[in-house]
Design a protein around this ligand. Structure first.
Ligand code: PRX
Length: 652
């Protein structure tokens, strides 16, 4: 978070009031902000979802744990599927599924999705999965992934989705932490025309996962992957002979506070945190925000969230929110540049997408490629754009609006986190005057603030730490198995408030400007990666003595990872070593965590007490003038590192 960034944002004076025609038809009107907090969430809880038994108490709040919609019985899969089919909407398309190989596509209706989910749920039951059985899911972006999640939700089995880009080791850590008994995976996935060997990774992971007793393998590429006859079966074998009639597998009535899923995310230690989300509050939170913020008209809109379901954005805004609202969505398997850089715009044109939700890193990649790819296609169906995952720079915001949104569509810049479960700071598209780079206002019923080091609210124009002062329905119910870490990470820095880990500033109009992480977490392409995780992966390599990692600004990915590595005696900082270490990190965590640069240095800058001076390394990485070096044991070290860093070519 450089001062320069803050200054640029404050100079941003462009304003975009909501177009009158959009405002006139919008789901959210200005008076939504006037509804008292309890009334708002009570009303949404009663109307947006269908209960088996209604809740009796809106909220029980015993900091840091909230219980929402207490006493209710509900099922997420019922709300996402059965109730729509029962209402006669079985023929509505739930997903326009577009595979990465060109021409391979399928429309999946709510009725079909329900049948697939029921078969899978029956199949899982036959494998001994029931309420409370933890299930791991490691799949690519295809319809099988939401089917797997909803089948688990139907029978009350909590699950964890592990992003298909994570390595065997990352998968094993997660399966072990949750003590998963079943793993749902697939033979291989497609990504940018390449194969991702999911089953091979899974086999490697399972060598160290004693709790997993059955592995179900979906057949995506139909590659001949090794199968352990005792442990493994194909998806086809799991569902063979299983009925698809919903009555054959009634939805488990779940308590409002039963665990729905865990999603692991990086924090400031090497161990990812299992962020817990429960049933009713989460569902109400994601469905409500999806309805108002994306202004969804389920009968006419074609909605596309171009994230991966493996991240929270996909959980909340590809699967649970949109399906609960009866939306028709696009589900795209591949990358934006396969086979060419206009693939997204071809999809928008063909399905007449009306709402597009993506990340600044993707927008900046499109900017770099040039507007000609978008110009090849008719994008006039788009009426609303969204952004998520990292601060969006005003240039990218304006480019997005002009070249994708025909200089007409509102853009909702939505701030939230894995822990918050749902969007918390965002414009309402028919109400809010937009400012490029600002996520604008807390969502109705949400109370956010910016505080200084002492926890005092800063006035307009002041910068500080973003906090939340009141519980919200989709908030995490904790870090799985680690109450102490949950309290320490989010609740102790500012007593009584949730500390998000982000810097922010509020302007004269009360609009929020998010300024990036203030802890040791990097944001690479909208994905959180902790510096310490990457350091541990590097130090794990036998040639490495010490490593320090930090992020530097990158024009496309937001931040890029820079590693400073001291090798053991006798090892050489060669180009081969650089590649070896990048691959090593990819193997330990996943390709997204590969450092863009590695600077080999005989020593790291340390204080006299032996603490690595990360601040100085960040200065080096960002090519800033070096800060104060007086406390260093050997000030000459940083100068040398800076010289070596300057001589290092950056990875494309
Ligand atoms: O730093 C903020 C950034 O992403 C972090 C949350 O990352 P994750 O849990 O992976 O969830 C990403 C998708 C919800 C936040 O702490 N972030 C997310 N959205 C924005 C953002 N920063 C600025 N503006 C946003 N709209």
């Amino acid at each position: 978070m450089g001062d320069r960034a803050i200054d640029t944002l404050l100079l941003e004076e462009r304003r975009y009031p909501p177009p009158a025609d959009f405002a006139a038809q919008a789901n959210a009107k200005a008076d939504l902000y006037d509804v008292p907090f309890e009334e708002f969430w009570e009303r949404e809880g009663r109307s947006r979802v269908t209960w088996f038994e209604p809740f009796h108490t809106l909220l029980e709040w015993e900091l840091p744990y909230a219980r929402w919609y207490v006493g209710g019985k509900i099922n997420v899969a019922y709300n996402c599927l059965d109730r729509h089919v029962e209402a006669g909407l079985g023929d509505r398309v739930a997903y326009h599924y577009e595979a990465e190989p060109v021409g391979e596509r399928a429309d999946i209706t709510y009725g079909q999705l329900l049948s697939e989910v029921v078969k899978a749920a029956n199949g899982l039951k036959a494998l001994g999965v029931g309420k409370g059985t933890p299930v791991g899911i490691y799949m690519g972006m295809g319809p099988g992934l939401p089917v797997a999640m909803l089948a688990c939700a139907r029978i009350g089995a909590p699950f964890t989705v592990v992003f298909g880009g994570f390595s065997a080791e990352a998968l094993a850590d997660r399966l072990n932490d949750m003590r998963c008994e079943i793993l749902l995976t697939q033979d291989e996935a497609y990504r940018r025309g390449q194969i991702v060997p999911l089953k091979r990774n899974a086999d490697e992971a399972l060598a160290s996962c004693p709790t997993v007793r059955k592995v179900v393998v979906g057949q995506r590429t139909r590659a001949d992957v090794p199968m352990d006859p005792e442990r493994d079966l194909t998806w086809g074998q799991m569902i063979a002979g299983q009925p698809s009639d919903p009555a054959s597998c009634p939805c488990e009535p779940m308590d409002s506070e039963d665990l729905l899923y865990l999603l692991y995310t990086s924090g400031t230690t090497a161990k990812p945190k299992g962020i817990a989300h429960t049933t009713a509050g989460y569902l109400v939170g994601v469905a409500t925000t999806h309805h108002y913020i994306f202004d969804l008209k389920p009968e006419t809109d074609v909605y596309w969230c171009a994230a991966d379901i493996g991240w929270v954005t996909g959980h909340s805004y590809i699967v649970f929110g949109p399906l609960c609202n009866g939306a028709t969505s696009v589900l795209y398997e591949g990358t934006p540049d396969f086979p060419d850089k206009d693939r997204w715009w071809d999809i928008v044109e063909r399905y007449k997408v009306t709402i597009l939700y993506t990340a600044p890193t993707a927008i900046r990649a499109h900017m770099k490629w040039g507007p000609e790819y978008a110009q090849r296609h008719d994008l006039s169906s788009l009426r609303l754009l969204g952004s998520v995952g990292e601060p969006i720079n005003p240039e990218a915001w304006v480019w997005y609006r002009e070249h994708i949104g025909s200089d007409r569509t509102p853009i909702v810049d939505t701030w939230w986190q894995t822990e918050t479960g749902m969007i918390l700071i965002t414009p309402l598209p028919g109400v809010t005057t937009l400012k490029p780079g600002s996520a604008t206002k807390p969502f109705p019923g949400v109370e956010a603030a910016v505080v200084n080091d002492r926890g005092e609210e800063v006035g307009p124009g002041g910068g500080g730490y973003l906090v939340l002062k009141r519980p919200w329905p989709a908030m995490t119910r904790g870090i799985f198995g680690d109450d102490a870490r949950f309290r320490a990470t989010y609740w102790e820095r500012f007593p009584g408030m949730y500390f998000a880990g982000d810097g922010a500033r509020i302007d004269e109009d009360g609009d929020f400007w998010l300024l990036g992480r203030v802890d040791d977490v990097m944001n690479v392409s909208g994905h959180r990666i902790s510096t310490i995780e990457v350091e541990s992966a590097l130090v794990d390599h036998p040639a490495v003595a010490e490593a320090a990692v930090c992020g530097r600004a990158d024009p496309v990915t937001g931040q890029a990872i820079v590693a400073f590595v001291t090798l053991k005696g006798g090892e050489e900082g060669s180009v081969e070593m650089l590649e070896t270490l990048r691959e090593h990190v990819a193997r330990k965590i996943g390709p997204i965590a590969k450092p863009a640069n590695i600077v080999f240095t005989p020593e790291l800058p340390k204080t006299r007490s032996g603490k690595i001076m990360r601040r100085l390394l960040r200065d080096v990485a960002e090519e800033r003038p070096l800060g104060d070096t007086t406390t260093l044991a050997d000030p000459a070290v940083v100068a040398e590192i800076a010289e070596r860093a300057a001589a290092q070519p950056a990875e494309e």
